[in-house]
Design a protein around this ligand. Structure first.
Ligand code: CP
Length: 323
C-alpha cells in the first residue's frame, strides 16, 4: 500500500477554507447554476475518490448537501462525528495525561490515508476571542493533513454558505445591481459571527449595493466590515431592498455575549416590504422572523438550502480537477 506523504505546507489551489480561495466568483457562480441543470454531468470525476466529513458540531444542511454534492460527482463519502471518535488534542508539546487521547498530528495524517478530501465543521467556543480567531481546529487539519481541506463552517467563516447565497442572489435578482441588506435579528442563544462574516466578504466582491443593519454593540470585526455601510436604523436600512438576509450573531467586541434580545429587530411582513427574505437556516420562528414572512412567497430559504448542494459541488469539482 502506498501511504500518502505527510506534508506540513498547504496544497496550492486545493482547499476551500474561505471565499478568497475562489479565483473568479462570477464564473464559479455561473458554473454552479449550470451544474444545477445537469447535476450528474461530471459523475465520473470523483470515481474512486473519497470525501471524509468530520463534524465537531450539529448540522442538517451542510451534512446532507455536501454528501449529495460528492455523490453527484461519483465520490464515496464517510462521515465522522468526533463525539464517536477519540478526544483530540490540538496543543503542541502537551503532556497528554488528561482527557485527550489522540493528537491531531496523527489523526489528520491517518484520515489522509483513507480520504482524498477532508471537510471539517468546527464552531467557535465564543469565550476566548483570540483562540477562536486562530481557527485552531481548521488550521490544524490544514497543517497536518496531506489532502485538501474544505471548511463546512469554522469558528469565523462559513464559505460554502456564502457561495450558496451568491448563487441564490444571482438566480433571483431582477436588476443588475440589487440592493442587499444584512439585518441582525434577536436570538436566545449566543451564536457565532461566521455566517455574517462570510456573507459580508461575498457581498463585497459581487456586484450588489450592500449594507448592514444591527443594534449598537453588535459591530462585527472591522477587518471584515471594512467600508461596508452600517446603519443602526433597521427601518431606514431596509428601504427599497431587493434582498434582506436576516441573521443573528453574538457581540464581537463584548465577545460572545448577548447584549439584546429586542424583539423589535425580528423580521416582519411590515418591515420587509417587497424584498426577498434570505436566511441560512435553521431559523427560530417568531423570534428571528415571523411566520408571515417565512411562509410567504418572498421567502427563498428553501431555494437557498437547495443551492447548498451546488455550491459544495462546484467546490468539490474544482478540487477534484486539481488532485
Ligand atoms: N446553514 C447551515 O449551515 O445549516 P446546518 O447547520 O444545518 O448545516
Amino acid at each position: 500500500m502506498i501511504h500518502k506523504t505527510f506534508r506540513f505546507e498547504n496544497m496550492i489551489m486545493k482547499k476551500y477554507t474561505n471565499i478568497y480561495d475562489i479565483e473568479n466568483i462570477k464564473d464559479t457562480v455561473d458554473t454552479a447554476i449550470q451544474l444545477k441543470q445537469n447535476p450528474f454531468e461530471f459523475h465520473e470525476l470523483g470515481l474512486h475518490k473519497t470525501l471524509v466529513m468530520i463534524f465537531f458540531n450539529s448540522s442538517l444542511r451542510t451534512r446532507l448537501s455536501t454528501e449529495k454534492a460528492a455523490r453527484n460527482l461519483g465520490m464515496q463519502v464517510m462521515v465522522l462525528n468526533v463525539n464517536d471518535a477519540w478526544n483530540l488534542e490540538f496543543e503542541d508539546g502537551t503532556v497528554m495525561n488528561m482527557n485527550t487521547t489522540e493528537h491531531i498530528k496523527e489523526a489528520a495524517q491517518v484520515i489522509s490515508q483513507y480520504a482524498d478530501v477532508i471537510a471539517v465543521r468546527a464552531f467557535p467556543g465564543l469565550i476566548d476571542k483570540e483562540k477562536d480567531a486562530s481557527e485552531f481546529v481548521l488550521n490544524s487539519f490544514m497543517k497536518y493533513a496531506s489532502i485538501p481541506v474544505v471548511n463546512m463552517e469554522s469558528a469565523t467563516a462559513h464559505p460554502l454558505q456564502a457561495l450558496t447565497d451568491a448563487i441564490t442572489i444571482e438566480e433571483l435578482k431582477t436588476r443588475s445591481k440589487p440592493k442587499v441588506v444584512l439585518s441582525w435579528a434577536p436570538h436566545p442563544k449566543a451564536l457565532p459571527q461566521a455566517v455574517a462574516n462570510s456573507f459580508i466578504k461575498m457581498m463585497q466582491v459581487i456586484d450588489v449595493d450592500f449594507s448592514i443593519t444591527h443594534p449598537k454593540g453588535y459591530e462585527l470585526d472591522p477587518n471584515i466590515v471594512k467600508e461596508t455601510p452600517v446603519n443602526y436604523n433597521q427601518k431606514e436600512a431596509l428601504k427599497e431592498a431587493d434582498f434582506v438576509y436576516v441573521k443573528n450573531w453574538s457581540s464581537y467586541n463584548d465577545y460572545g455575549k448577548i447584549l439584546s434580545e429586542d424583539s423589535n429587530w425580528m423580521m416582519t411582513e411590515d418591515k420587509i416590504g417587497d424584498a426577498k427574505f434570505m436566511h441560512c437556516l435553521p431559523v427560530r420562528r417568531n423570534v428571528v422572523v415571523e411566520d408571515a414572512v417565512l411562509d410567504s412567497d418572498q421567502s427563498v430559504v428553501i431555494q437557498q438550502a437547495n443551492n447548498r448542494t451546488f455550491a459544495a459541488q462546484i467546490v468539490l469539482k474544482k478540487i477534484l480537477e486539481n488532485l
